[in-house]
Ligand binder design. Structure first.
Ligand SMILES: O[C@H]1CN[C@@H](c2nc(-c3ccc(C(F)(F)F)cc3)no2)C1
Length: 331
């Protein structure tokens, strides 16, 4: 059974994250979760989360679900790239996204969440869409929703059609030809250690020359910005009047009035262009003349991350066949 679900920006001003409605249990409990191709845990705010750590989030209460089963003796604990994290125990229950149901999905209930999750009331948990090898449940790792659903889908794929300051979609089991133009270019995926890792064939700044290069990075729907090698971002921001790499602000900032070039990245023989508007990410604070860039250096990260700023410029196919591949198309 295929499915389609909305990817809704949690903030109307800038695309910090997208959430998707899901239902868990019997009778169904609806939560809005952050679908993250950069991790592989499905965890939710729950009746096990201390009230002091819950601030407006919807919660999943397994004790109110007739189909919930405790996965005895299992725990989990996860840390995200920004230093946020959560931990807890594990149930299995019915889990539905956009009409696709998995009847015994591992649902990780939070017993602790870090302050940044507490303060983000629009995110009620995460759905990891990375490879199940990254799942943190101990002592037995659990399968992702996609791995569980794969065999019931017409095709073992899901697609991401994220949009700039608008609602996009995640589709499961099919490729919607109306969502892209031209051809989809498929690239090999390196599945070790468990991210959707691919190699971009180079880049161009604005209308400038294309620079062939092999940029190994992960496609990560859970990361807001895009983080690339220092020489790439230096050549990009070098084209922007007044842009500086600021220790104070923690990255490249520029005068909001400056004109930005677009950024093009290679996907095999094809390419995707990120419009300048996507790279003018946000004012530092409401009304500030200083703006924060959507393209930042990956040098302190140790990995290049193609986050939402890049992904929303394309229609992306996460092909879970054997071997997995990743497809990119203009839209
Ligand atoms: O770890 C990498 C895997 N994908 C990236 C990711 N990061 C988050 C995240 C979501 C929400 C929050 C909070 F609400 F602000 F706390 C924090 C981090 N979700 O995926 C980074």
């Amino acid at each position: 059974e295929n499915g389609s679900a909305a990817a809704i920006p949690i903030d109307p001003r800038f695309d910090i994250a997208y959430v998707t409605p899901v239902t868990i249990g019997t009778p169904p409990q609806t939560l809005y979760l952050d679908f993250d191709t950069g991790s592989s845990d499905l965890w939710v705010f729950s009746s096990h989360t201390p009230e002091s750590q819950v601030r407006g989030q919807r919660i999943y209460s397994p004790e109110k679900s007739s189909t919930a089963k405790l996965l005895a003796g299992h725990t989990w604990s996860i840390l995200y790239g920004d230093g946020s994290g959560s931990l807890g125990n594990v149930y299995t229950d019915n889990f539905t996204v956009g009409g696709v149901t998995v009847t015994s999905q591992a649902v990780q209930t939070a017993q602790q969440v870090s302050y940044s999750f507490t303060s983000q009331s629009e995110i009620h948990g995460l759905v990891g869409l990375g490879f199940s090898t990254l799942n943190t449940v101990f002592p037995n790792g659990q399968l992702t929703f996609f791995d569980n659903a794969k065999s019931t889908l017409d095709s073992p794929v899901f697609t991401a059609d994220l949009k700039w300051k608008k609602e996009g979609t995640y589709d499961f089991g099919f490729i919607d030809e109306t969502k892209y133009t031209g051809e989809i270019t498929y690239l090999p995926v390196q599945t070790d250690p468990g991210y959707w890792t691919f190699t971009s064939s180079g880049y161009a700044v604005g209308d400038g020359a294309f620079h062939p290069a092999s940029i190994v990075g992960i496609a990560d729907t859970g990361t807001s910005l895009t983080y690339l090698p220092a020489e790439v971002v230096t050549s990009y921001w070098g084209q922007v009047d007044g842009a500086v790499d600021s220790d104070y602000y923690g990255g490249y900032v520029f005068p909001c009035s400056s004109k930005l070039p677009s950024f093009t990245f290679g996907v095999g023989p094809a390419n995707i262009t990120i419009p300048a508007s996507y790279i003018n990410y946000a004012q530092i604070t409401e009304g500030s003349p200083v703006c924060f860039g959507g393209l930042q250096s990956s040098s302190w990260l140790g990995v290049n991350i193609w986050g939402d700023v890049a992904l929303k410029a394309a229609f992306v196919v996460f092909n879970g066949a054997n071997p997995p591949t990743i497809g990119w198309a203009k839209k």
